[in-house]
Design a protein around this ligand. Structure first.
Ligand code: ZN
Length: 275
């Protein structure tokens, strides 16, 4: 293997040699150490293309922009990852490999930026207008910063950390949703937690090379850390889908009056306290 493809020191066998374009396509039809990675993100593409947009309850929604952000955000990571894993051993060499890696990162970025917009917008739905604008603008700016970092990162740790700022902001929004000020469908709170927690666990498993670090050379074809991470991020996007669809319906029917009532109650209590 050329040095740029020797990124996991605990995987000894199953590597494909450097191949032509058609050689890479042909590698879909035999088993090698990228087969599970290709299938775990290739099958979701087929599933989603067949099921979107009918999986969105369009008649219950009052906008098209946020649902489409969700559709794009839910499909892009699998497209980037599928192409990256299928063509990583293309004979184009190291510079081609890094272009593919950028494509993979771009797919993840699409789901973390556009894909997260419905969740961000539902979380602050009942806040004052200026507050909503400030949160949305900050999230967009942090996402653009993350994109710049993702596309210029050279080490695997740098690549993982470039999504940290939007991630931290989503944790704050989660906290906001838990209070009476936050919006979004309260029945989907567990999916809101799971969508980020499960992918963070997947990222950590991938970074630590578990379990191949403990059994080098025995999980080359399946059950290695990258395979486990791939399956976990698919379940994370399932949670994101469930939460987002519920949030979109919630926003179309939302009644923020109880938030206003609470705010005015707090005001009047404050006035009484002053008196
Ligand atoms: Zn991957």
């Amino acid at each position: 293997m050329p040095p740029h493809l020797q990124f996991n020191p605990y995987i000894f066998t199953g590597y494909r040699p450097l191949l032509t374009f058609w050689g890479c396509i042909n590698s879909l039809f035999y088993i090698h150490n990228e087969t599970i990675n290709i299938l775990t993100h290739g099958i979701p593409i087929v599933y989603m293309v067949l099921n979107f947009p009918s999986a969105i309850p369009w008649k219950d929604l009052d906008s098209w922009f946020l649902p489409w952000c969700h559709i794009v955000g839910a499909i892009c990571p699998w497209v980037g990852s599928f192409v990256y894993h299928l063509f990583m051993n293309f004979e184009g060499g190291e510079s081609f490999y890094y272009r593919l890696l950028q494509l993979d990162m771009f797919g993840i970025w699409m789901s973390q930026s556009f894909g997260a917009l419905p969740m961000v917008s539902a979380s602050v739905f009942c806040l004052p207008w200026a507050c909503r604008c400030l949160v949305m603008l900050s999230y967009c700016l942090l996402s653009v910063w993350g994109l710049y970092k993702a596309l210029t990162a050279w080490s695997p740790w740098e690549r993982r950390l470039c999504f940290s700022m939007p991630f931290i902001m989503r944790i704050f929004l989660c906290g906001l949703r838990y209070t009476s000020l936050g919006g979004g469908d309260p029945n989907m709170f567990h999916h809101i937690i799971l969508q980020d927690a499960v992918s963070a666990v997947g990222g950590a498993i991938g970074a630590m090379h578990i379990p191949e670090k403990w059994f080098p050379g025995t999980v080359d074809l399946y059950l290695n850390s990258h395979n486990i991470m791939h399956v976990l991020v698919v379940t994370a996007v399932y949670s994101m889908h469930r939460a987002t669809v519920s949030d979109l319906v919630w926003m179309a029917q939302a009644d923020c009056r109880h938030h206003e009532k609470r705010a005015s109650l707090l005001d009047s209590l404050g006035q009484k306290a002053e008196l």
